[in-house]
Write a protein that binds this ligand. Structure first.
Ligand code: R5P
Length: 313
């Protein structure tokens, strides 16, 4: 089985760079938007191949998701023997449970749609919750960007007199923050948050020692920036040093995130390139996942474990 990478239009640069790690270029694919918005895909010959379709489903989420499904279908109809959807950022992953009657579980239907379209397995990077695996009818390989992000914070490593703390901006981020904190050898504090709406949250309380300390807020994603902004304001009100550092795996960064982050003026803002990230100003640092994804694709192709690249580390 030949290894073949197919790049969607959501992040072709990342696909190109991940391919370069393996010494291969993305396979030819025509991806066209019809005037009415339909997505039309034609892929090159791939009969009997081991195909990796790289397409994060960030904004516009539904367009990128449908493009991924149409790409998977094109690969299947072209005779690919095994198809892996490589979706560094998976939209809808936050909709993994019902918090009130009448609500849908969005990720469940997305997972089933990916299988129906032709995915034999899924590769994701730091999904919103590990429970994603249980939603998927196919194997899921969960990779983590935390070591890549943490490398940007090596100067914060605790030593005598170090006064920094890693902060989970909500309870859902505690595991992520703990794993990040272990990498940079710092303690953890937690903000208790409630969500008011899709674009607004309320930060209620801080658990842990933050007074007089620099803070590094760690989350899986920044969408509207409300979670980070409210956590930062509460931390400052509790005596933490102003201008927190922020590390988030996925820079979803929809409005009004740019304005919120500009007003917050973080000391450092680090995200991965799981999504194409808009220019946000000097503080923004984008860490590449190309090596992580290239390594993972190469190992999966040769039936090797990727456990040490992922959530089990
Ligand atoms: C939610 O639980 C996630 O982990 C993020 O904290 C959240 O989705 C970020 O969204 P926003 O930037 O809109 O607050």
């Amino acid at each position: 089985m030949a290894l073949r990478i197919v790049a969607g239009t959501a992040n072709p640069v990342l696909a190109e760079e991940a391919g370069a790690v393996l010494g291969t270029k993305p396979a030819p694919a025509e991806i066209e938007r019809f005037p009415d918005g339909e997505i039309h895909v034609v892929v090159g010959p791939m009969r009997g191949d081991d195909v990796y379709v790289l397409q994060p489903t960030g904004p516009p989420v539904n367009d990128n998701l449908v493009e991924l499904m149409v790409l998977l279908d094109a690969c299947r109809r072209s005779g690919a023997r095994r198809i892996t959807a490589v979706v560094p950022y998976l939209g809808y992953a936050r909709q993994d449970r019902r918090s009130r009657p009448g609500e849908a579980i969005g990720i469940r239907i997305v997972a089933e749609a990916l299988e129906a379209a032709g995915a034999d397995r899924l590769v994701v990077v730091d999904p919103h919750a590990r429970g994603l695996e249980a939603m998927c009818p196919f194997p899921v390989e969960i990779l983590t960007a935390l070591p890549v992000l943490a490398a940007s914070f090596s100067d914060l490593v605790a030593g005598p007199g170090s006064a920094a703390v890693v902060v989970a901006p909500d309870l859902g981020a505690v595991k992520l923050a703990e794993r990040f904190a272990a990498l940079v050898d710092l303690p953890v504090a937690v903000v208790r948050k409630t969500r008011v709406s899709g674009a607004e949250v309320h930060a209620r309380e801080v658990v842990g020692e933050v007074e007089g300390r620099r803070t590094v807020i760690v989350d899986d994603m920044i969408a509207t920036g409300s979670t980070i902004e409210k956590a930062a304001r509460l931390l400052e009100a509790r005596g933490a040093a102003p201008r927190p550092a922020v590390a988030a795996v996925h820079g979803v960064l929809v409005a009004p995130a740019p304005a919120r982050l500009e007003a917050l003026d973080p000391d450092r803002l680090v995200v991965s390139d799981s999504l194409e990230v808009p220019a946000l100003g000097a503080a923004l640092e984008v860490c590449s996942l190309a090596r992580l994804l290239g390594e993972a694709i190469g190992r999966l192709h040769f039936e090797e474990s990727v456990d040490d690249l992922g959530a089990f580390t």
